[in-house]
Design a protein around this ligand. Structure first.
Ligand code: FAD
Length: 452
C-alpha cells in the first residue's frame, strides 16, 4: 500500500480545500459532554464534518462508567470514574436529562448510577455516535498551529493521540472540544503533619463501598455532596464518622453514627488529628471529600494564555472559550450546575460560534468581560476556588447562551424543579430521593406517588 508523504498539515490543507465548508472538530472524551457535542455536530452536517471523538478508555459514559476496582494510591492504572457502588443521583432524571432525550418513563426520579450509564449508551446508539468514537485512544497533546489556506491566514489544531498499542498519531482539526470532565484528579489540601497519620488516608475518588469501614473510626473531611452522602452510608454500615467541615453546623437530622467537627488543622506527631478548635482525636481512616483539581495535561496553558489552577481555568469567555484561541472550547468546567442541560446549551453555543451565528467580541472585550465577572465575585467575597460555581446564576446563563446562539432555551420547569429538589435535599438529606416527580408542562411539575 502507498504511504502518504504529506505532513499532517499538508494533508489537512489538501483535504480542507476540497471540502471547504465542513469544519472538522476533535472531541476529547466520550462522557456525557463529549457525546452531547458529537450529537449536535452530526445534526449540523451542513457546516461540520463528522466529529472525531477520542476516548482514552474502552467505553462511553465517563464518570458514569462504574469500576468496582478500588484505586489505591500505589496502583499504577488510573481509574477515571469516582462513582461508588451505592450512588444514586442527587438530581431527579427530569432535571438531569438532555432536554431532547428523556430517560425511560418507567424509571424513578432518582437513579442508581447504572441507569445513567445505560441512558448514555442509549443516547449514543440513538444518535448513531459510536462509529465516530476512537476508543482506547488518549489525547496526549493539542496545540494550535498557524496555517495559510487560499492565501488567508487561519489557524488549526494538531491533535496527537496514543492508542492502546502505543501507536502515536497526529491529525489536524479546525477546532478542539475539551470534554474530559473534572472529577478524576483528587484534590487533597495541604495538612501539616499528614505523614504522621497512622491509619489509612484516602480520597473519595477511591471510595467504592461502606462494608470495609464497619466498626472503624473515620474522619470524613468535607461536607459537600460526596462527603455528606458517604458519611451517611458509612454510618449506616456501623462506622463511627466524624464529619469535619467549615460550614455552619448542619441542622438537619443525620444518622446517630455521625458527629460533626470543625475543619482539620493538622496531624500531630503521635498520629492524632487536631481540628481548628484545638481538639484532638484518634481515627483509623482519614477520608478527604475535598473535591478535584482541573487537569488538562495535553494542553500548553501559557501558549494559550490560560491560567489553569487547581480550581480555576481563566480567562474563558462565557466559561467556554479562551479569548486568545476562540476555536478551542471547554465544556462543563462550571460547578453546581445541571450538567447535562448545561452541556446541551454550551455545545449549541459553541457550534453557533463556529458557524458564524454568534459574532464574538474582540479578544480584549472578551477578556474584559471575564475580568469584570472575577472582580464582581471577588468583591462579593467569593473565594478563588468557588469562582466557577454557578448555582442560581445558571438559569440566566443558559438563557443568554440560547439568545445569542439562536437555539431553544431550557424549559422553565427545569429551574423550578431543580430549586424544589435543592430545598428538599437541604431539609431531608436522607429522604429527598424517595420522591418522584413528573413534568406536566414547560412550567409545571408535580410530585407523584412512588411507583415502586
Ligand atoms: P466525564 O464523565 O468525566 O467524561 C470525561 C471523559 O473523557 C472520560 O470518558 C475520560 O476517559 C475521557 N478522557 C479524559 N482525558 C482524556 C484524554 N486525554 N484523551 C481521551 N479521553 C480522555 N451529575 C448529575 O447530573 N447528577 C448527579 O447525580 C451527579 N452525581 C455525581 C456523583 C459523583 C460522585 C461525581 C464524580 C459526579 C456526579 N455528577 C452528577 C457530575 C458528572 O460528572 C456529570 O454528570 C457528567 O458525567 C460529566 O460529564 P463529562 O463528559 O464532563 O466528564
Amino acid at each position: 500500500s502507498s504511504v502518504s508523504k504529506d505532513s499532517p498539515l499538508t494533508a489537512y490543507c489538501k483535504k480542507r480545500a476540497s471540502e471547504m465548508s465542513n469544519r472538522r472538530v476533535a472531541i476529547v472524551g466520550a462522557g456525557a459532554a463529549g457525546l452531547c457535542a458529537a450529537r449536535h455536530i452530526m445534526a449540523h452536517s451542513k457546516h461540520f464534518a463528522s466529529p472525531v471523538v477520542f476516548e482514552q478508555t474502552e467505553t462511553v459514559g465517563g464518570t458514569w462508567f462504574y469500576e468496582d476496582s478500588e484505586e489505591t494510591q500505589d496502583s499504577r492504572r488510573h481509574v477515571h470514574s469516582s462513582m461508588y457502588r451505592n450512588l444514586r443521583t442527587n438530581l431527579p432524571k427530569e432535571v438531569m436529562m438532555f432536554p431532547d432525550f428523556p430517560f425511560d418513563a418507567h424509571l424513578p426520579s432518582f437513579l442508581p448510577h447504572q441507569d445513567v450509564q445505560k441512558y448514555l449508551e442509549r443516547y449514543c446508539e440513538h444518535f448513531a455516535i459510536t462509529p465516530h468514537i476512537k476508543f482506547n485512544t488518549a489525547v496526549e497533546e493539542a496545540r494550535p498551529i498557524a496555517m495559510e489556506m487560499d492565501r488567508e491566514k487561519t489557524m488549526a489544531w494538531e491533535v496527537t493521540t496514543r492508542d492502546q498499542h502505543g501507536t502515536q498519531n497526529t491529525e489536524t482539526f479546525d477546532s478542539v472540544f475539551i470534554c474530559t470532565g473534572h472529577y478524576s484528579d483528587p484534590h487533597i489540601p495541604p495538612i501539616p503533619g499528614l505523614q504522621y497519620f497512622k491509619g489509612k488516608v484516602m480520597h473519595s475518588h477511591a471510595y467504592r463501598r461502606p462494608e470495609p469501614f464497619a466498626g472503624q473510626s473515620v474522619i470524613v473531611f468535607g461536607a459537600g455532596a460526596s462527603g455528606l452522602d458517604i458519611s451517611i452510608e458509612l454510618a449506616k454500615a456501623m462506622a463511627q464518622v466524624m464529619l469535619s467541615h467549615g460550614k455552619p453546623a448542619l441542622t438537619f437530622s443525620l444518622p446517630p453514627g455521625i458527629q460533626q467537627a470543625p475543619p482539620l488543622s493538622r496531624v500531630i506527631e503521635d498520629g492524632r488529628v487536631q481540628f481548628k478548635d484545638g481538639s484532638l482525636v484518634e481515627a483509623e481512616v482519614l477520608m478527604f471529600c475535598t473535591g478535584y483539581n482541573f487537569s488538562f495535561p495535553f494542553l500548553h496553558p501559557e501558549q494559550l494564555h490560560l491560567d489553569i489552577r487547581d480550581h480555576l481555568v481563566a480567562p474563558l469567555y462565557r466559561f467556554i472559550l479562551p479569548p486568545a484561541y476562540p476555536s478551542l472550547f471547554f465544556f462543563g468546567i462550571c460547578k453546581t450546575i445541571c450538567p447535562f442541560p448545561h452541556f446541551h446549551c454550551q455545545v449549541q453555543f459553541a457550534l453557533a460560534v463556529l458557524d458564524g451565528t454568534v459574532k464574538l467580541p474582540s479578544r480584549e472585550e472578551m477578556e474584559r468581560e471575564v475580568q469584570n465577572m472575577v472582580d464582581r465575585k471577588t468583591a462579593m467575597g467569593v473565594l478563588e476556588r468557588h469562582l466557577l460555581r454557578m448555582e442560581s446564576e445558571q438559569w440566566r446563563y443558559y438563557q443568554c447562551l440560547a439568545d445569542s446562539g439562536g437555539f431553544s432555551p431550557l424549559p422553565p420547569v427545569i429551574q423550578s424543579l431543580y430549586e424544589e429538589v435543592a430545598r428538599q435535599r437541604q431539609k431531608h438529606p436522607q429522604k429527598y430521593r424517595n420522591a418522584n416527580y413528573r413534568l406536566v408542562t414547560d412550567t409545571q411539575w408535580e410530585s407523584i406517588e412512588k411507583t415502586h
